[in-house]
Every structure is written in structure tokens, then in C-alpha cells.
Write a protein that binds this ligand. Structure first.
Ligand SMILES: Nc1nc2c(ncn2[C@@H]2O[C@H](COP(=O)(O)OP(=O)(O)OP(=O)(O)O)[C@@H](O)[C@H]2O)c(=O)[nH]1
Ligand SMILES: [Mg+2]
Length: 506
């Protein structure tokens, strides 16, 4: 576990030394917690009501921590972790406790806090994990009215900070609950690298054809919500302590194969600390790449704007000099005796000629000033438009694009563009630095994306070691891991694709 803490500190120091100054110069928001070391790796349980989330938690903890029942049981979130004794803290205490990393949840409102709980239990499997049980999803249009708090926002917050998300379905509602589907399409977009989809309670099927039909329905529903070409993997399982006994089932389907699936889910849960290490580095890399693109485009746009405004300023100075020089050279003509006398006698008629010359000069100057301010405004507007920023993005990366297609850069661009638009509209182009020190910071960031940050990832492999040493599972089957369960050492953490992360906060 010390290794994970060390890695978290390394990641934090990279944020502080390489990212934060550049981010503040270009008004880029880096989500980073104030605490030195955030809490334990988190596993979030989501899914339909009565799909077996709480029962699964009880199963892996080897004891009844959570209530379960056929009617919607949980109406709030419960954080479950290790403690020497059984204890329960209320939501208000959780978000104000200095040792717990949930302070940012306070703004979800008193209704949410009233239903938030923090439970400790002396189960070994919880020693390096926090399990988060959630209220089941329902098929009601007025979900938030029913619960009194913004459930979707809570799901989004917990999902973003989770290292593994288990999404439970059951034979009764295989992806047919409105709330579940909309959460897939809105709150979980881009998080599929840490998402496991589980069809639980397979022991309830009497015939294999019922199972096939339900499985097909779930696949069909998911294919409409997850925009990948491949159907996502669905773990099919049941909880043995609860499963309907053989005696009750006239035509039961063979359950042996589903045991292996359950072991795989449990292995993934135990791998959460390793996932956390991987997620930390992936998160840093994603933020670093986004910040690099954000800064490069801001720099390009601000430089172009400054370049043009400088040209215009130069033009104005040149015109002033021209007018001044011309007046100086023609001073004898302007100050001749005839016009001086006419001026002192207020004989305006005699001053028609110089009047016309001065008037035309002023009119021409005003016209030029108007044209220039119009051109500047137009330029600013064209830079601040999406199309304008696209041009600067292509200009900033013209060398990259001349070598390869770089679809990855385009997907980062899609994610950062709205942020840049917001920055230039709110702060203006002048607020963006074009100094050589900012260029140096950007160069340093690009170098650390190439070398320093990937080298942190290389150090992750060691994290699997603390898992195998430390976590002694409570449940019987964990003592003898099945042959086909996922090996902690063999399975590499899934890479985070930039496209997957498109929707995440920017
Ligand atoms: N037959 C069978 N029943 C199960 C299984 N898993 C859970 N159950 C039962 O399903 C019911 C609901 O289980 P819970 O664990 O409360 O479900 P939940 O998802 O936490 O429900 P909410 O808290 O309401 O969202 C309980 O009566 C469990 O005993 C399973 O694998 N097989
Ligand atoms: Mg429950």
C-alpha cells in the first residue's frame, strides 16, 4: 500500500510542478484534491433496484453489512470500508471529517447527506478498499423528486472518482429501466474502461432459452447505449448463499459456469488498488495532454491576435508620424501671415483652404480608425468562433499532421475546444500569455508527456504485489482461486483511450 501512496505523491508532485503554473496562465481547471493522499481505492456498485448489489457486497465481505430485500431497499449511498469495530457515521460527519476524502460531496445538498452513510467493518477484504453501495435505479420519470436529491449528479461524482464500477442487471429488468439506460448514456460516458456489466441472479432461470432471451435483450439494450462496435462483455453470475435451491427448480440451468464468472468479478474487485494506480497515471496523462493542446491553441490564437494588433498599432504610429512630419515640413505654408491675420480677426471665410485640408485629414483619420477597430473586432470574433479555433489548432499542430493523421489529437481537441471557447469569451485574448516562459513551460509539459509520465506508468506493475500479499479474502472460495479467475499479475490494466474520456469534465 505504501507503493500506492508513493505513486499518488509522485502524481501530485507532477501536477504541481509541471501542470499547475501553465494551467493557471491559460485558465485551465485541473481537478485535484487538496488532501495529500486521497482515500482508499473505490469500487462503486450501481444498477437496478433489487438486482443484488447489497447482497453481492455482503457476499464478498462474508457477513451481512447491508440490508437486502425484494422491494427497493437502499435509498442513499453507503460507503463501506475496513475498521477494527463495526461503526456507522452519518453523511454530515463523513463530509466534514478531515481524514475522509469526501469533502467535495458536501455540495450535493442536505437531502443527499441525510441519506449518506459510512460503515466500517472488520473484514479483511475491505482493508484496502472502499465499497460504495447505491440506491437501485427505478423506472420513474420523477426519480429526483422521489429521492429528494440529484441522483444522477451523485452517480456522476462517485463514478468519476471510482476505480471500478460494477453495474448490476437482473432477469426481471435486463436493461429496460429508464433510469439505468439514461445513466449509461449520460453519466457513464467515457468511463467504460472501468465498468463491468453484470447480469446477476441467473439461478432464477428455469430454462436455458429464458437465459438466452434475457441475455439477448440486455445486449440489445446495451448496444443502443454504449457506442462501441463490439458488444461489451457481460458477466453472468448469481450469489450462491441466496440462490434458489435445486429442490425449488424443476428445470434448473447448470450453475457451475457462472461460478467462474463470479470469481472473475471478485478478482477484479481485489485488483481495484492496481486499477487505482493505473487510473491515477492515466488521469494525469489525459489531463497533461489536454492541457498541452489547450495551451498550444491558446498560445497560437493569442500570438496571432497580438501579431495583428501590433501591426495595427504600428500602422497607427506610422500614420501619426506621417501626419506630424507632413505638418512640420509644411509649417511655413500653414503659418503664413495672411492666414494668421485672418485667424486673429476671426475671418473664417479667408481660412476655407486650410479648413478643407484639416477637415479632410481628420475625416480620413477617423475613417481609418473606424476601419481598423472594425477589422480588430472582426478578427477577435473570428478567433473566438469554433471555426477560428479549429484553424489555430491545425496551425499549432501542422508538423504533427504533416507526418501522421493523429486521430488521437482530434479527439483531445473535441474535449478541450469548449473550454477554450469559454476562456477566450470570459477572459479575452489579451489575458492569455504569449511570453517565452509560457512557451518553455509548454515544452516542458510536452517532454514530460513523452517521458516522465509514462515512466510513472512503468512503475505501476509493482502495485500488484501488495494485493497478493495483503488482501486475505474472507469468503471460502477466495482461499483457493479458481484456475480461470483473472490473475492479478497477468492481467494488464486496460489502457485508457482518449476517446473514452471525451466527455469527462474539462
Ligand atoms: N435468487 C437470487 N436472489 C438474489 C440474488 N442476489 C440477490 N438476490 C435477492 O434479491 C433481492 C434484492 O437484493 P438486494 O441485494 O437488496 O438488491 P439491491 O440491488 O441492493 O436492491 P436496492 O438496494 O433496492 O437497489 C434480495 O431478496 C436478495 O435476497 C441471486 O443471485 N439469486
Ligand atoms: Mg441495496
Amino acid at each position: 500500500m505504501d507503493d500506492l501512496i508513493k505513486l499518488e505523491r509522485n502524481v501530485r508532485s507532477t501536477y504541481a510542478t509541471t501542470l499547475s503554473l501553465l494551467a493557471s496562465r491559460y485558465h485551465y481547471h485541473i481537478p485535484i484534491s487538496e488532501r495529500d493522499v486521497p482515500g482508499l481505492p473505490r469500487v462503486l456498485f450501481l444498477g437496478n433496484h433489487s438486482s443484488g448489489k447489497s447482497s453481492f457486497i455482503n457476499h464478498i465481505a462474508g457477513t451481512e453489512i447491508q440490508h437486502s430485500g425484494l422491494a427497493p431497499t437502499d435509498d442513499g449511498f453507503t460507503l463501506i470500508t475496513h475498521g477494527e469495530t463495526e461503526e456507522t457515521l452519518d453523511g454530515q460527519t463523513v463530509v466534514t471529517h478531515p481524514d475522509l476524502d469526501y469533502q467535495d460531496m458536501a455540495d450535493l445538498g442536505p437531502e443527499f447527506l441525510a441519506k449518506l452513510q459510512y460503515k466500517t467493518y472488520p473484514a479483511e477484504i475491505l482493508r484496502h478498499l472502499t465499497l460504495i453501495d447505491s440506491p437501485g435505479m427505478i423506472d420513474s420519470a420523477s426519480g429526483s423528486q422521489l429521492r429528494g436529491y440529484d441522483f444522477r449528479e451523485c452517480v456522476r461524482r462517485f463514478s468519476e472518482s471510482a476505480d471500478l464500477i460494477l453495474f448490476f442487471f437482473d432477469p426481471d429488468k435486463p436493461g429496460t429501466t429508464g433510469e439505468a439506460i439514461s445513466i449509461f448514456t449520460e453519466q457513464l460516458v467515457g468511463l467504460d474502461h472501468k465498468l463491468l456489466i453484470i447480469l446477476n441472479k441467473v439461478d432464477l432461470f428455469d430454462h436455458i432459452r429464458d437465459f438466452a432471451r434475457t441475455y439477448g435483450t440486455l445486449c440489445w439494450n446495451l448496444s443502443k447505449t454504449i457506442p462501441t462496435k463490439d458488444t461489451p462483455r457481460i458477466y453472468t453470475t448469481y450469489i450462491p448463499d441466496i440462490a434458489t435451491g435445486e429442490a425449488d427448480q424443476k428445470n434448473t440451468i447448470p450453475l457451475g459456469d457462472f461460478d467462474a464468472s463470479r470469481e472473475e468479478i471478485i478478482a477484479e474487485i481485489k485488483r481495484a488498488p492496481a486499477r487505482r494506480a493505473d487510473n491515477l497515471v492515466s488521469g494525469l496523462l489525459i489531463q497533461a495532454k489536454r492541457l498541452a493542446v489547450h495551451s498550444a491553441v491558446c498560445l497560437e490564437a493569442a500570438s496571432a491576435y497580438n501579431h495583428l494588433t501590433n501591426k495595427i498599432r504600428l500602422g497607427i504610429c506610422f500614420s501619426l508620424l506621417l501626419v506630424g512630419g507632413a505638418s512640420w515640413l509644411t509649417r511655413t505654408w500653414w503659418f503664413n501671415d495672411e492666414w494668421r491675420v485672418a485667424f486673429s480677426e476671426r475671418n473664417w471665410q479667408a481660412l476655407t483652404t486650410p479648413g478643407i485640408v484639416v477637415g479632410s485629414a481628420v475625416a480620413i483619420s477617423v475613417l481609418i480608425a473606424l476601419i481598423m477597430s472594425y477589422a480588430l473586432r472582426k478578427l477577435r470574433r473570428s478567433i473566438i468562433s469554433e471555426e477560428g479555433l479549429d484553424v489555430f489548432f491545425k496551425r499549432a499542430y501542422k508538423n504533427e499532421f504533416s507526418i501522421r493523421k493523429r486521430a488521437d489529437l482530434y479527439s483531445i481537441w473535441d474535449a478541450v475546444k469548449p473550454g477554450i471557447l469559454g476562456v477566450v469569451r470570459a477572459h479575452g485574448l489579451r489575458s492569455l500569455s504569449t511570453s517565452s516562459s509560457s512557451r518553455k513551460l509548454l515544452k516542458k509539459l510536452e517532454q514530460s508527456i513523452e517521458k516522465e509520465i509514462p515512466s510513472l506508468r512503468r512503475k505501476i506493475d509493482f502495485t500488484s504485489s501488495f494485493l497478493s500479499n495483503d488482501v486475505q479474502p474472507d469468503v471460502e472460495h477466495d482461499e483457493q482461486p479458481p484456475k480461470d479467475s483473472v490473475s492479478l499479475d497477468e492481467t494488464p490494466a486496460p489502457p485508457v483511450r482518449e476517446e473514452e474520456d471525451r466527455s469527462a469534465k474539462s
